[in-house]
Design a protein around this ligand. Structure first.
Ligand code: FO1
Length: 332
């Protein structure tokens, strides 16, 4: 195999990609050539406009992580960052003060915003930014159209008893500390797959769904019209890795998001939610963590090949082993 495609969100997807590339370069993945190419289709529904700048968290997290510019402790934004602009915006009392843009990170958003203003598509902007960062993958936004995830939360002061906030406000300002009553993907139904996205799925020899958020990262990519059909149609095996271990997410807010769409918060629940391709779903195989070994039979009974392996991405070696297990599970 020399042509892989990964559907990715932010932190979880980026960490998985680090291990996948590590494994490919060292020939650790059975049947995958050391010079195999990886195309990443990244979620853009976390994107937001802030201080007049277009911020694309998942694209940037993948680009910075694989380009070695990421702040590894935060998991987002730049290493060696300073926050002078953020401090002075706060001195002006400008909102949102809860969403921090580092000085170096702002350069990325300035380049992106001015290229968008000049009429370039997000996919062209992303390719231009990657010429500097050299992430070692082809990084594609899922769509060039504006899509935003918004979250409905309880609000006693509102006549409907609810109000809607941008996903970033739910996650960053509210820390996902209140239940998400509904998740709304503004613009998703009218979005067009970005150039190369459908081909990246239909031409792939393997498609991977890494342990990204199944609702607001993978779910949004699957929601772009024609993407799900491409996954069902591709001759490539499609394999996924559970983001839920021991009944909750490892990081982030997958639990709150799964509750909002009433999907069981378990490794089996997510795998069966994606579904086996034989039953109209998108997967040919599903990996769960060893903690969830007792759920393997239920997934298999749902028509989906399944194995329990260590799924904690503690370092690139562990993650490469996960990628190897994913390849082996669906190898023909
Ligand atoms: N996450 C935070 O918890 N606090 C922030 O102030 C923050 C700013 C930020 C700026 C740029 C960017 O690309 C990401 C940023 N994030 C921040 C992380 C962001 O919420 C996540 O990367 C994803 O959107 C969720 O997966």
């Amino acid at each position: 195999m020399r042509n892989l495609t990964v559907l990715s969100g932010g932190m979880g997807g980026a960490r998985f990609l680090q291990g996948l590339l590590h494994g490919i370069e060292r020939g650790l993945l059975p049947g995958v050539e050391r010079d195999a190419t990886v195309t990443v289709v990244a979620n853009t529904a976390d994107d937001l406009w802030v201080h007049g700048l277009k911020v694309c968290p998942d694209l940037d997290t993948v680009m910075y992580t694989l380009g070695d510019g990421i702040d590894a402790e935060r998991g987002w934004g730049r290493r060696d960052e300073t926050w002078s602009v953020k401090e002075d915006l706060a001195a002006y009392g400008v909102e949102p003060s809860w969403f921090g843009l580092g000085d170096r990170d702002i350069a990325t958003h300035l380049v992106r915003t001015q290229m968008l203003d000049a009429g370039y598509a997000l996919s062209e902007v992303t390719a231009a930014l990657c010429r500097r960062w050299q992430p070692g993958v082809r990084l594609l936004p899922m769509t060039d159209d504006r899509v935003e995830t918004h979250v409905a939360i309880a609000d006693a002061d509102s006549p409907s008893g609810r109000r809607v906030v941008h996903f970033q406000e739910y996650w960053v300002r509210l820390r996902a500390a209140v239940p998400a009553e509904a998740v709304v993907f503004v613009g998703l139904d009218d979005a067009t797959p970005a150039p190369g996205v459908i081909d990246a799925i239909t031409d792939a020899e393997l498609v991977v769904l890494p342990p990204s958020n199944p609702v607001v990262s993978i779910g949004t990519i699957l929601g772009v019209p024609r993407v799900r059909e491409a996954l069902v149609a591709t001759s490539a095996p499609v394999v996924g890795l559970s983001p839920i271990v021991g009944g909750t997410h490892v990081r982030g807010m997958a639990e709150q998001m799964l509750n909002a769409i009433e999907v069981e918060v378990s490794a089996a629940g997510v795998g069966l939610h994606y579904g086996s391709r034989a039953d109209g779903g998108v997967l040919d195989g599903w990996l769960v963590d060893e903690t969830d070994r007792d759920q393997v039979d239920r997934v298999v009974a749902g028509g989906l090949p399944c194995r329990a392996v260590p799924l904690m991405m503690t370092d690139v070696g562990a993650t490469a082993a996960m990628a190897a297990a994913a390849v082996e599970l669906v190898a023909r």
